[in-house]
Design a protein around this ligand. Structure first.
Ligand SMILES: [Zn+2]
Length: 334
């Protein structure tokens, strides 16, 4: 992937392209009784549509014996063939309060993402005072389907990640459950004052967005946490492109569970690999689709590049029909 630094004029152009997000994902809400609602996301930078099943060629190769078919939508789906179980490790801590039910099953893409991101943060920001481990809540249950307490997490593409926390001595702290973080960044557990670890949580988001194999669609979190992440990213010298990616990927859910105590991370359907095209036939996504989706991703072909925006990503030249559709959409957005 080629990422160049966009000019100020280009970033301004990006902001002018914002339009109502008609492809917003229903809320990933963890509260069992709340209604789905569109997150307050920045608008998708690209026009896109969900491909119909009929567009998949009947001559596509039959699926291989893979064990993690993600079926349907995250809020109405299942995980065919059980899935892959995430295990605790030097950099992954399964949060006790969430571990009892054993809902740690996901697609290979999601489990790999969590393991790689956790290992990268531990490597980039080690501590002399103990292990640096990512606090992982629930993914999906074995085989997927509805689980109490979540309105999504049904097909192995959602995971709840607790925040990295620091104690009063600024040592890494592992709470036994997710802890709410106040706007000041302060939190606490059993009278122990704790703080949101700005640097490691930024490194986590960066690792998730920059993962070489899996593309994250969203990390839902409360807007006050999002603000902290953005200011930390600027302070730590994130490139304009990374800032733009964080702005789009990390969003506050519209209504429902406020996500003050964890990130809810959702990934796209797996990329189209040789021999596993069958996956995308039944794995369903809704937009937005980010322009940094990899070449091989099945939805990539449905992106409609917009002038002045996608030049920073390694887009192949659009077909003439796509160009004109992009121009029409831009005209409406203006
Ligand atoms: Zn969740």
């Amino acid at each position: 992937m080629r990422l160049d630094v966009p000019s100020a004029a280009t970033l301004l152009a990006m902001s002018l392209l914002v339009s109502p997000d008609v492809h917003a994902t229903p809320d990933d809400d963890d509260a069992p009784t709340s209604a789905h609602a569109a997150p307050s996301a920045p608008a998708t930078p690209v026009a896109a549509r969900v491909p119909d099943r009929e567009e998949v060629s009947p001559t596509d190769p039959a699926p291989e014996a893979v064990d993690d078919h993600s079926r349907g939508y995250p809020w109405r789906g299942r995980l065919e063939g059980d899935g892959v179980r995430l295990e605790a490790s030097d950099s992954v801590h399964l949060v006790e309060a969430e571990a009892e039910r054993g809902f740690h099953w996901g697609t290979r893409a999601l489990v790999g993402l969590v393991e790689r991101a956790a290992a990268r943060v531990a490597h980039e920001a080690p501590s002399a005072f103990g292990p640096v481990r990512l606090h992982v809540g629930e993914l999906s249950k074995r085989g997927g389907g509805n689980i109490p307490g979540h309105s999504s997490h049904e097909n192995g593409r959602d995971v709840d990640l607790g925040f990295y926390m620091l104690d009063a001595e600024k040592h890494p702290y592992e709470p036994p459950r997710f802890l709410n973080v106040r706007r000041s960044g302060r939190s606490g557990h059993e009278r122990q004052p704790l703080r949101f670890d700005d640097e490691r949580n930024f490194l986590l988001i960066r690792a998730l967005i920059e993962d070489p194999e899996t593309t994250v669609q969203h990390a839902f979190v409360h807007r006050s946490v999002r603000r902290r992440l953005m200011s930390t990213a600027r302070r730590m010298g994130a490139s304009p492109v990374l800032l733009e990616q964080i702005e789009r990927v990390v969003i506050a859910p519209g209504v429902s569970h406020p996500h003050r105590n964890h990130f809810h991370v959702r990934i796209y359907c797996p990329s189209e690999d040789a021999g596993v095209r069958e996956r995308r036939r039944r794995c369903r996504d809704r937009g937005p689709w980010w322009p940094w989706l990899p070449e091989a991703h099945p939805w990539r072909r449905y992106l409609v590049p917009l002038p002045g925006l996608n030049e920073h990503f390694d887009f192949t030249r659009p077909e003439p029909a796509e160009e004109s559709r992009g121009r029409r959409r831009r005209a409406r957005a203006d």
